[in-house]
Design a binder for this molecule. Structure first.
Ligand code: NAD
Length: 348
């Protein structure tokens, strides 16, 4: 039985708790959270026997086999390094760290210590994503020429996820000083992973433009400077010769949490739509390319990232999505900031 510790008990941690609790061969054994009331509520909700307000105390206690790091982005690095140092396998939330050098240091530390180190690029667990990858790999689309990918959210416009002006969980996401890399760091990493994984090609050049719009009267609320990017548009050159656009926004009214990915090749095309857990994959190939006919593709269930992590802990072999993959993506994200600052197209 893999005994899981959950570090950080905010919004996303509930999903981790539900996923791990329902995974065979896994039990929730402890949680760590700096806010005592939140910790107590979380432990009660998920029947977790042990709670700590300090990670060091939990490590000293030591009666767990693996940890899920669900703290804010800027906290991933120091806490994950402590876990790795203690020899604990880590399932860390994305983005792995605010910058590429920190992400690379985490990957190196995990490698040197020989611990399983995976990142929750959870859309890898979508049947549409895995099926689309198989179709591209099998050559159904021919040679990939063009990629068009978008991640669309609207929590700055609609109230469906609460009030960003008063809730701390949204305010830290809007503030660079609180470790946020904006929409690029938050969901850009997901859509970059999604598009390049399905296309089977890695980015080799990028040009990126991003924007933070004025929010509130002076761009500041409750001590949070609201300066992190909220929209970005990236043009990408891929190692297989394809080009593409990848973009994301928190201003995409009408979409709560949607991803749309289209891949166009010399023999066919596919199109994925994902919105709030509903997913479709459509294919236009063979004779259909002459009539622009799209057919929905059936996608068998696949293993989720949480379950892959438990499998990895049991075998001792890191599976994808790994720290290494997240670090490669982080390198691209860092270059996006430089490209936005200088206007240059940069080699990856
Ligand atoms: N993979 C996904 O699809 C997905 C979706 C949502 C969020 N996330 C990621 O999950 C992480 C958490 O996001 P969230 O929405 O739950 O944020 P949140 O602010 O709701 O929760 C973070 C929690 O961590 C706690 N915390 C901060 N420092 C800590 C420390 N040193 N030790 C223990 N607890 C600490 C905070 O008090 C808070 O309760 C982020 O990195 C985010 O990017 C991933």
């Amino acid at each position: 039985m893999v005994r899981m510790l959950i570090l950080g008990t905010g919004n996303m941690a509930h999903r981790h708790a539900m996923e791990f609790a329902s995974t065979e061969g896994c039990t929730l054994t402890a949680a760590v959270e700096i806010m005592p009331d939140r910790l107590a509520t979380f432990c009660e909700m998920h029947s977790i026997p042990k709670g700590f307000t300090d990670l060091d105390e939990a490590i000293a206690w030591g009666e767990f086999d693996a940890a899920a790091n669900v703290t804010p982005d800027a906290v991933h690095y120091p806490t994950t390094m402590k876990l790795i140092e203690a020899g604990v396998p880590v399932f860390c939330e994305k983005p792995l760290a605010p910058t590429y050098p920190l992400a690379a240091a985490m990957t190196q530390a995990a490698g040197e210590k020989g611990v399983v180190a995976m990142v929750n690029l959870r859309y890898r667990g979508l049947p549409v994503m895995q099926k689309a990858r198989q179709l591209v790999e099998a050559g159904e689309l021919g040679v990939i020429r063009h990629v068009d990918a978008a991640y669309l959210q609207s929590w700055l416009v609609g109230s469906h996820w609460g009030d960003w002006q008063t809730e701390e969980r949204w305010l830290w996401r809007l503030s660079e000083a609180h470790g946020s890399k904006g929409v690029l760091g938050d969901v850009g990493i997901h859509i970059l992973d999604f598009a390049s994984f399905v296309a089977g090609q890695k980015p080799v050049s990028i040009n990126c433009r991003m924007k933070s719009f004025l929010k509130g009267e002076v761009g500041q609320i409750s001590g949070y400077d609201l300066d992190a990017n909220e929209s970005f548009v990236m043009s990408v050159g891929f190692d297989g010769g394809a080009i593409g656009t990848i973009h994301a926004s928190r201003w995409a009214t009408g979409y709560a949490n949607a991803q749309k990915v289209a891949i166009f090749g010399t023999k066919g095309a596919l199109e994925i739509e994902f919105e709030s857990e509903a997913q479709t994959l459509r294919l236009c190939a063979v004779d259909d390319v002459h009539t622009q006919t799209w057919r929905e593709v059936e996608c068998p269930p696949v293993q989720g990232t949480y379950q892959s992590f438990i499998e990895a802990v049991r075998t001792g072999e890191t599976l994808e999505p790994s720290f290494l993959r997240a670090t490669e993506l982080q390198h691209v994200l860092d270059l996006c900031f430089e490209s936005d600052r200088t206007g240059a197209t940069l080699a990856v």
